[in-house]
Design a protein around this ligand. Sequence first.
Ligand code: ADP
Length: 425
Amino acid sequence: MNDRILLGAIADDFTGATDLANILVRGGMRTVQTIGVPAADTVLPECDVVVVALKSRTIPAADAIRQSLAALDWLKAQGVQQVFFKVCSTFDSTDAGNIGQVADALLDALGEKISVVCPAYPANRRTVFQGHLFVGDVLLSDSPMRNHPLTPMTDANLVRVLGRQSRYPVGLVPWSKVGAGDTAIAEALAALAAQGVRHAVVDAVRDEDLHAIGTACRRQRLLVGGAGLALGLPQNFRDDNLLADHADADALGQVGGAAAVLAGSCSEATRAQVADMAGRHPAVVIDPLTADNPVHLAEAALANASATLDRGETVLFYSSADPAAVASIQQRLGLEHAATLVEQAFAHLAQALVARGVRRLVVAGGETSGAVVGALGVKALAIGPQIDPGVPWTRVLGPQPLLLALKSGNFGRTDFFSRALEMVR
Ligand code: ADP
């Protein structure tokens, strides 16, 4: 067991967990991300932060509470000083949950008076003013989030949104206090707590505000927010002489071996990245219309790449196709079936590639990444250097050296794949 973990985080989805971990590593904290709640006897490497990635954003609230409390128990057993409940920067939830319901449960379990709630993330154009969440220059309720299939956000007033979810009173620390600095914020929080408020939504429109909130929250045990809320936290631990200077907080070491890219996203960004990579390295297409069995699809792709892989060259495997081609495939195979077929093909391919000595793997697509991580039995990842905003290299913790870069479809610049592979050896 590691008894030096300073900050424990519980994230309600996987890519959100990585986003938070990435920010903390860049703040100089050595960070491990686990997939689900680790088993009681899990031994992690020495680190300053553990982010437990759950998939609890849209499951029934009772399940989200149970999983989050299990994560909290595990983190408490590691002796963490502060708990960060990572939610989406667009506060994705419904009145049925899960942010307020989980935050209530964590507050109770920690025996804390008040939580600090702030999804602002100015770098991604999420800001909070007078308790209202803005996406770019429009209110959340006027943004495309109003039409989200699972968590339509039709109210931008977070005090109201959280008030409908929580059993407890919700208050606001307005920007007039936040802009005055950390002492004013701490006083405002204390005043709200004295009035019986148990969740304080805090305004923030600039990174500077988030740093000040971070400083004000030095002794706050429960923070609820987007990754931006973590910006100011590493400095608190440094000021308390708890965090050594880790210039190499993101060091992953060398793994050797071959490299491959698995692109299962059909987003515009990934398609441009695939075209760029195919101009630089051998590329093998995975076409779900050529076989109705994922193992056969994977084997055929592998056979195509065999000679290249034997020479130790990097290979790009992709199923990415333009919207018209995807629509036609979905029409022939059914949407669900096409998706599962391709995801499972990538899962088999990842296993086969690792068995053949591939040690650096870049995966494009959220669902595709989930399938690959599941197939490889990944339980935890050490977070490494950032490739593009929000996407770091990671090292799989386990007996076998393996580096993974997992990106959601729309992330990254056009030369993402080749740049990622040049960063690590
Ligand atoms: P993103 O992060 O861009 O949403 P995902 O991997 O989450 O990417 O989702 C892409 C989905 O599209 C996956 O379910 C994948 O299996 C499916 N898919 C990929 N290529 C094709 C294709 N050529 N035809 C149909 N579906 C595809």
